[in-house]
Design a protein around this ligand. Sequence first.
Ligand code: HEM
Length: 427
Amino acid sequence: MATAAHSVLPELDAGAFARWRSGGGRVVDLLGEARELGPVAGFRLGDRQVVLVTGASQVQQVLAKSPDTYVKRGHRLKPLLGEGLLCAAGEQWRRQRKLLQSQFTGRGIKVYEPQIRAAVAAVAERWRAAAAAGEVREIDADLRYFSLDVIWRSLTAHPLDPETHRRLVSAGDGFAAIPAFAPATGDTAIDFRETNEHVDRVAERAIALAGETDEQPGVVRVLLQAAAELPEYTERLVRDELMTVVVAGYETTATALSWLFLLLDAHPEQRDLALAAGPAGSDGRSAAIRALIDETLRLYPVAWLMPRYAAAPDTLDGIPIEAGTTVLLSPYLTHRDPELWPDPEEFRPQRFLDAERRPAPGAYLPFGLGPRACLGAQFAVREMAMLLEEVLPAFRAEVREAPAGAGYGLTVHPDGPVRAVLHATGE
Ligand code: HEM
């Protein structure tokens, strides 16, 4: 909460950034150091002021209460996704969001459930064969395939084909080259031509395939209708929006699922507890599975760093914020704040089952908060839950090779393949 008396921004000393940089440290370590200074803390990048906001009420203020003060300006994905929803701003963003919102409400996503179910069945079939053969599988690759298949089927009513899969995996390598926070690492411009070529071809294919079905799937239909009626919906914008949905929803969901299987491997009792919470399809089982998802996203909120730009002066926690300041929010650091989350490093899904202890506003934000919160949050949770409802009772994934740690790029991700043997358990 803003107070009348102004305090001074606690800042990392001038040498901290230089020391961190020359030591080849990770961005998360620098930010972790800043977080120790308080809920609102700063450091300087050359002549640029950066303010890290991790306190719950201040996060709430930036994202939910004052979204017109703290705006998105540019986006790390803009060279690839152009004016798509993730990168758009101002009035244009508002119009675009309104158009797609109806497709992603609780009711809107019901339409996609048969497509999700088909993608779940394909994973279960692959895992059944792998379990029978005792094969070691890269389950992170299976989960990426699954989340792409879900989006592709939802957009086009067709299963993912090998050509599209190949193009999207290549494009994904282009996205992976994007640093967590470009100014911090000083990286030079990346050449996105090849990635954009893949993205263009995939968008063309999505539109062509969606046109083959009589009943065009929701998102594509809505976009093509807009293109026919509204001059601002150019061919390029339709492409940007379609690819935004694919890109924003693919790696994020797959990465969250990879973390979930790694956490369950380290805490096998949590799988047993979730299955014991009630029979298949019961409310108890659903709530327990939802808690596994929520707790995974608390420890590993895939979009772990969200930049904003102060378009006007403001006060945060009594600290004046000048217009032009870069403001960083980190769900990852907020979710691991011991003042907000007891024993924050522990994987304890039960904390989400206790209705009396709802997180404070601003303390939990794996999907962001406020008007720019994730468009696909309900879709992502539904997709993850439908997969888990099917595969958790049927298989236990025994991880044979786990990555050494986390990579902190555009997403926080396991920094290597997750190799596992699947044991058929057949509930
Ligand atoms: C576990 C999975 C996911 C996570 C953790 C996640 C996280 C996020 C976060 C944190 C934001 C806000 C970024 C910011 O405020 O700067 C966001 C925005 C967005 N997400 Fe997701 N997301 C996920 C899945 C999806 C899916 C499945 C879709 C689409 C089907 C999607 C589409 C979008 C879009 C379009 C935006 C931009 C919204 C806007 O600016 O109006 N996301 N996501």
